[in-house]
Design a protein around this ligand. Structure first.
Ligand code: TYD
Length: 138
């Protein structure tokens, strides 16, 4: 599958009376080979995971518990996604500015990445991000 834009996906889920099981693997809805998984938790509700973008990595953000908002910006504009179910996730392609905010109490997120951690893949300056994406803007 080819996700050029930020996309909400349904994670395949097996439901039975004992509870739900959702699974992502290197096929189907994941548009890359999984290289790294990390998670954020114990998030103060008034905190914001400040914005950044990546030059080349994709990521998928899964709201494991609670809820939060992800604001994204790409050459097509700004969008806000409210994530509140562990079987709905957001695929974020490279060159997308994203910040995460409005965490509910006891929220946590799983982030699945297409690359190993590499600080050189981060675009942490909003003005640089704008410069890099301006040729593609509407
Ligand atoms: P940061 O990228 O600011 O977090 P977020 O993606 O939520 O905005 O990362 C916070 C710190 O953790 C920063 O010093 C880099 C470090 N870090 C690693 O060492 N390895 C990793 O895989 C990640 C995602 C971050």
């Amino acid at each position: 599958m080819d996700y050029k834009r930020t996309t909400l996906i349904d994670i395949p889920t097996i439901r039975d009376p004992r509870g739900n099981l959702s699974v992502l693997e290197n096929s189907g809805v994941v548009p890359f080979t999984i290289a790294r998984v990390y998670w954020i938790y114990d998030l103060p509700s008034d905190t914001e995971r400040h914005g950044h973008a990546f030059y080349s990595q994709y990521e998928i953000i899964v709201p494991l518990s609670g809820s939060f908002d992800i604001e994204t910006e790409d050459s097509q504009g700004i969008k806000t996604f409210h994530l509140d179910r562990p079987n709905k996730a957001l695929i974020i392609p490279p060159l997308t500015w994203r910040s995460i905010k409005n965490f509910s109490t006891l929220s946590s997120a799983l982030i699945i990445s297409s690359q190993l951690y590499d600080e050189n893949d981060y675009i942490r300056s909003y003005s640089l991000f704008h410069e890099l994406t301006s040729p593609y803007r509407k």
